[in-house]
Design a binder for this molecule. Structure first.
Ligand SMILES: Nc1ncnc2c1ncn2[C@@H]1O[C@H](COP(=O)(O)OP(=O)(O)O)[C@@H](O)[C@H]1O
Ligand SMILES: [Mg+2]
Length: 261
């Protein structure tokens, strides 16, 4: 939020009205600090509707790659394209209308659950809201509150569990209905019930959208269209779960020591 306004109309002058959601990385490199490249020569395709799981140890470059896909970061060389258009030429506000970001500890504000879910799309109809609430299994706990969706959360309201907060964040993303989703899965130890409801709601969220997930849950990794194993800013292995298991390489090692993913 402290960053200067990013939109530079002279460079970013392409407006995206509707998008299909094909994302492509083409020899992308990136450095936060000049001369200290952290992501090197990354190339892959994420076709519309596919799920790309990024796995690798801490500091390997997963968040940076996700940030490049979100256009929070711009490649120093190579390009990221959306539907064949160089993302660095696309107006940020027009791209972000098609982009949903669900982070580990998502931002919920002091207010009602309803207000929190409606936040990205305040003009949504009650029916659209209810559909998102059901898809994210938020009603599973709000039905037990006297005030339902109008229950206050935050300092002066009810305390929610980590899993409940996450489902609200997922409902919010479903309601926003973006074509591209960037998801940083929580590693926190959720109770088994929350875990399975979150998995179900994530499945609803990913449906029909191009998804990038920094994946920690084996169930997500297994279902991914492609898994990119990142090591020191490079893709060292790629394939789906079965292919990478059969290969008995780096992924197999990570998978065998699951705690390291
Ligand atoms: N804002 C930043 N400024 C400088 N270096 C950074 C910044 N963010 C991340 N890095 C460095 O970039 C590398 C990749 O980090 P990151 O993409 O966050 O990895 P991961 O998400 O896999 O843990 C690390 O060496 C990290 O220290
Ligand atoms: Mg990270």
């Amino acid at each position: 939020m402290n960053m200067e306004p990013e939109d530079d109309p002279s460079v970013r002058n392409i407006q995206l009205d509707s998008v299909k959601g094909d994302i492509q990385f083409d020899n992308v490199s990136f450095a936060y600090i000049e001369g200290k490249e952290v992501v090197h020569d990354i190339s892959f395709d994420a076709p519309s509707g596919s799920v790309t799981a990024l796995v690798g140890t801490s500091g390997s470059g997963k968040t940076t790659i996700a940030g490049l896909a979100a256009s929070f970061l711009t490649p120093d060389s190579g390009q990221v394209t959306i539907d064949g258009v160089d993302l660095s030429t696309v107006s940020l506000s027009s791209y972000r209308r098609h982009l949903g970001v669900v982070l580990q500890d998502d931002f919920l504000f002091e207010g009602t659950i309803r207000e929190n879910i409606l936040f990205p799309r305040p003009d949504a109809t009650e029916e659209q809201l209810q559909q998102a609430v059901k898809a994210a299994y938020v009603d599973e706990f709000t039905d037990r509150f006297e005030e339902g969706l109008d229950t206050l959360i935050g300092e002066r309201g009810v305390k929610l569990s980590g899993g409940q907060r996450q489902r609200i964040a997922i409902a919010r993303a479903i309601l926003a209905d973006p074509k591209i989703i960037i998801l940083d899965e929580a590693t926190s130890n959720l109770d088994t019930e929350s875990e399975s409801l979150i998995q179900k709601s994530l499945n609803e969220l990913m449906q029909g959208r191009t998804t990038f997930v920094i994946a920690h849950r084996l169930s997500t990794i297994r279902r991914a269209s492609q898994i990119l194993v990142i090591e020191s800013g490079r893709i060292v292995e790629r394939g789906n779960h079965q292919e990478l298991i059969d290969k008995q390489g780096r992924y197999y090692e990570l998978y065998t020591y699951q705690a390291r993913i």
